[in-house]
Design a protein around this ligand. Structure first.
Ligand SMILES: N[C@@H](CCC(=O)N[C@@H](CS)C(=O)NCC(=O)O)C(=O)O
Length: 206
């Protein structure tokens, strides 16, 4: 039985929940982070020195960094959720790295700035949102004619990106039309595992 430490409202915890729900793994989640004020303790830091969530405990093995957790769970429980050859793996994992390196800075800025009035928005905030829109446009172009990020099937690239990109398209920000990305988000949101992971009801099939 896996032990997942992290509050269910965290996008990075939701990635891991989505994965665990998709594979049907046996797990329990415990509330850690933010309002629970329990990640700065020596006990938690011994597991995860960053004091962030999520942390996954699998017996003696402790893993932090949500994308690393996804790679671990795929390798252990569901190898088809990653590529099988080194080349295939790059097709999957580049989109996980792109999420962290290219999307995340603008995502965090938009997330933190969501409650700002137009007068309160700084030039730095506007620049970050503009950059986020540019990164989302790249993803939209990649997803043209595709149902999944890579290999024509569900992989950890979709699982890592879904909770965060759903939030990105829901932000009330200035952005171009992103029809391929929106269709992909709708398809991810219709999966029971995603709905359970994010606490949202899955939209009824049309
Ligand atoms: N790169 C890390 C980021 C982890 C992270 O920033 N987690 C946030 C929640 S999404 C956090 O721990 N925030 C502080 C808290 O909840 O106490 C990962 O992907 O696991």
């Amino acid at each position: 039985m896996y032990k997942l430490l992290g509050r269910s409202t965290s996008g990075n915890v939701q990635k891991v929940l989505f994965m665990l729900e998709e594979t049907g793994a046996s797990y329990e989640r415990q509330d850690y982070g933010r309002q629970f004020e329990n990640t700065a303790t020596a006990e938690y830091k011994a597991l995860n020195p960053t004091s962030k969530v999520p942390t996954l405990v699998d017996g003696e093995t402790v893993i932090w960094e949500s994308n690393t957790i996804l790679r671990y769970l795929a390798a252990k429980d569901a190898p088809t959720l990653n590529g099988s050859t080194p080349a295939e793996k790059t097709e999957v994992e580049r989109w996980m790295d792109f999420l962290l390196a290219a999307v995340n800075p603008g995502y965090l800025a938009a997330f933190k700035g969501a409650k700002l009035t137009p007068e309160e928005q700084t030039a730095e905030y506007k620049e970050a949102v503009k950059d986020l829109a540019a990164q989302l446009k790249i993803i939209d172009g990649h997803l043209a004619g595709k149902s999944f990020f890579a290999l024509g099937r569900l992989t950890i690239a979709d699982i890592a990106n879904a909770p965060i990109l759903k939030r990105c398209i829901d932000f009330k920000i200035d952005r171009p039309s992103l029809p391929n990305l929106e269709a992909w988000v709708a398809a991810m949101a219709s999966r029971a595992a995603f709905a359970t992971a994010t606490g949202a009801a899955a939209p009824k099939a049309a």
